[in-house]
Design a protein around this ligand. Structure first.
Ligand SMILES: Nc1ncnc2c1ncn2[C@@H]1O[C@H](COP(=O)(O)OP(=O)(O)OP(=O)(O)O)[C@@H](O)[C@H]1O
Ligand SMILES: [Mg+2]
Length: 298
């Protein structure tokens, strides 16, 4: 069995009186896309920095790609987009990439480096100095830096915070293509809708602790079906039995989904007009707000 891309156990970090990270344990499997979510100040960036050796943990252990987190050999195979960064303003985009491949001691042909700029939408800005880049263009370049040295694990701290909607969609495609190539991704974003579309698993941090973690299916629960009906007679009502009624919708729980085709046929026979039979489930955003507001910890 191959070792996970990230293995972190019992990470703790205190700044003065503030316990920023209070015993965080989690894993990212090879080729898995995992999101680290939580409110401002929850400890996400501190956890990421401890994984990468940029902040020294007070306690805990980190393994990256099967080696201790401190081993330069594992670091060279990790791509990282920091939350806050600034590249040397006098360098061109192409020069920044060249510098970072050299720092990672990886030989990447110039054409492949140029392709990497293309991936983040900067193909025509390769020769321009970074000092003249817009905020979003700097973030795109940051992504290219994280990807250029053929990493096996990519850690992205808010990759889309400065991006326009097209840029965000591009990053989504990029993450999906990384997953196809079995590159593991750990990302942190407040754009929950995006996370929900690309992530296999989610780790939710609150006050420096893992409030909950799991696959999207585990966190959001199984789907239910919602029936939107008109002209429900008393007889049809008895057919719908104990299903919860919300507005003009009846909610059929997952355990009863097998009965839906017969139920709809029976309702139609009774003269009920069936407008919609729709899957309904809570969104990741709703779940996240629930967890954070209730202070739930597992
Ligand atoms: N260098 C530092 N010195 C002092 N306190 C720090 C430092 N870095 C982080 N903290 C504190 O640690 C806690 C966690 O901060 P962190 O940056 O990890 O949060 P975050 O989850 O990434 O938040 P955000 O969503 O705003 O980026 C905060 O209370 C913060 O003030
Ligand atoms: Mg942060």
């Amino acid at each position: 069995m191959t070792s996970p891309a990230v293995w972190a156990s019992g990470l703790r970090k205190r700044y003065g009186k503030r316990q920023a990270v209070d015993g965080v344990t989690f894993e990212v499997g090879r080729g898995e896309v995992v999101a680290l979510l939580g409110p401002n100040g929850a400890g996400k960036t501190t956890v990421i920095k401890m994984l990468l050796g940029l902040v020294r943990p007070d306690a805990g252990e980190v393994m990256l790609l099967g080696r201790p987190g401190t081993d330069p050999q594992s670091r060279a195979r990790v791509g990282y987009l920091p939350e806050l960064f600034r590249y040397q303003p006098w360098l061109t985009a192409a020069e920044v990439l060249r510098l970072h491949t050299r720092l990672a001691s990886v030989t990447v042909p110039a054409a492949e480096q140029q392709d990497c700029l293309g991936l983040v939408g900067l193909a025509d800005r390769a020769g321009d100095r970074v000092g003249g880049f817009s905020k979003g263009m700097q973030q795109r370049l940051g992504l290219a830096v994280a990807l250029v040295a053929r990493p096996e694990l990519v850690v992205l701290d808010e990759p889309t915070s400065a991006l326009d909607p097209i840029g965000r969609a591009d990053v989504r495609d990029l993450l999906l293509s990384l997953r196809e190539r079995e590159v593991a991704v750990l990302l942190n974003s407040h754009l929950i809708g995006e996370v929900e579309r690309v992530c296999d698993r989610v780790v939710i941090l609150d006050h420096g602790r893992v409030a909950t973690s799991g696959t999207l299916a585990e966190l959001l629960g199984q789907r239910e079906l919602r029936l939107r009906l008109e002209g429900v007679t008393a007889e049809a009502e008895s057919c719908l039995g104990s299903y919860k009624k919300e507005g003009d919708q009846y909610v059929v729980p997952i355990i009863d989904l097998e009965t839906v085709p017969d139920l709809v046929a029976a309702l139609v026979k009774l003269g009920v007009r069936v407008h919609a039979v729709e899957p309904g489930r809570i969104t990741l955003e709703e779940r996240l707000l629930d967890i954070i507001r209730s202070g739930e910890t597992s």
